[in-house]
Write a protein that binds this ligand. Sequence first.
Ligand SMILES: [Zn+2]
Length: 191
Amino acid sequence: MSSKQVLTLDISGRPYAWLDPHEAVTHYAKGRVAWELGERLTTFHGGHNHRGLRSRIDVAPIIAIAGSHVMASQVWAPLALSDRDNTLLFRRDRSTCGYCGQQFPHRLLTRDHILARSRGGQDTWTNCVTACRECNHAKGAKLVEDFRPLIFVPYVPCRYEHFLLSGRNILADQHDYLAAKLPRHSRSREH
Ligand SMILES: [Zn+2]
């Protein structure tokens, strides 16, 4: 079973979902794929028709769905930062501690609340930063100004970065499509 995913766009090119190939192929079968980009991701073979020809559908890594404009603008909203899963937070910060600036494997990283939860700090993109255990422990419930300056400013990922952060096994075509749309501050950093 392939773990590749299809980046699904609305008709204007805005991403709104990662789909498994078997989900994407139903859009092809129903004639809803308006355009596609990238080298073929996979091929599905169907049954034989009355002339003995076997149906075949090639699935591209990026597809735009016809008539999806309204749907996509309703479905997508900036992704809330889960308070249980740090994966997206660590990816946004490139596995880098916001206080000492060193990179660590995910298991050695923690979520730091810039304004501590005990002071009313929330689990939001702009109040959370990746921190190594040591820095997080040293900071405790201190205010940032009583500890150390942050080495980068936490931000809410834009729609395109959200899809870069949440995709798994992103293909080069998909990465290039999304990265090209990032604001400059995110694009200059490596993904
Ligand atoms: Zn640190």
